[in-house]
Ligand binder design. Sequence first.
Ligand code: ADP
Length: 368
Amino acid sequence: MPSPQELKQEKEKLQKVIAEVKEGVIIVDPQQNVSLMNKSAEEITGHGSVEALGKPIGHILTVLDNEKEVHPDTYCPVSGVKLEGIVYEKDNLQLVSKKEEIKVVNLKAQKMKDGMEMGVGCILTIEDTFAQSELERMKLDFVAMSVHVLRTPLSILKGYLSYLTKRETLQKLNETEADYLKNSVVSTDELVYLVDNLLDLTELQASGFRISPIPLDLDKAVQSVVYEFKPFADAKMLEIIYAPSLSELPLVYADATRLKIVLRNLISNAIKFTDGGSVEITVAQESSDFLKVTVKDTGRGIPEKNLPHLFKKFYRVKEALEMETGRGLGLYVSKEIVGSHGGKIGVESKEGVGSTFWFTIPVYKERK
Ligand code: ADP
């Protein structure tokens, strides 16, 4: 049996070890009270370890999953069976810090063999998805700055080029010259699209994927984006169909600007990768907590093997590499945006038949 002195030394050793871990670590005792907490956990939760010690974990850690609070019994079950290993693991939860800041975190809870006897109910690791290294921050600042600087001359170039593509000007050019001009327009559009997506991404990352949601009419947001894209669909002789839901839908709780970025990315892809037929957008009630937007096209479809990678940064299906436009950022940005709202994004697709991209967005719930 170790002496109290030895136990104290062991505890100090353990404290030193977990202090070095870059993730937040909280050790919870079998009564669900905090028994140890490292510096990162203090930073993430905003609670000092001295004040937190002995307090119920639910008082120190407030995490929400899709706006609903996750109960300590869920992430750190104490009663019943003797569990071992990982008992809870979830990414992109919203943590409400002591200062009421919302942070996006990944939370993992582990149980130790014989933990209960040793006074360890569970070990929580919390990863703040925004806690980037200084170098990453510098990289991000550099990209953000370059992208901002690029945006203005690009808009000017696009303006001049669209002026030159007026019919009167085109008529003065021979066929090759007109082709050169058209190609310049396509490449400039591609650059503008890329710069815009990079801007979205850097802004989103700079804010730590934090969003400013408001109660919003999803139907209206979709309608306005569909309206924006009508000329592009018309130019490709595609039918763009938006049938608002027949039943009255509740408001969603979303960041209007960012929600539109997702809609634009999905609708522009649907038009870009469809050469005949239609693009159909619907909004429906997915559950009492979520609405679902679906963008269905009758385009080229996506080979099954590519589906799991689509939402990764800079991923493009091989065939799309031969096309002039796009750089594989739109879906990644969209996934990050939908995720920071607590929603999900996905796709079903069949090669040669078409693709259906969808995402869910939380319903606005009045807090009483
Ligand atoms: P981008 O369109 O800029 O290349 P995205 O991230 O938006 O980047 O899309 C990644 C890739 O996914 C595209 O290059 C394309 O290969 C594929 N893709 C996306 N949407 C569709 C769609 N509706 N139909 C077929 N392929 C698609």
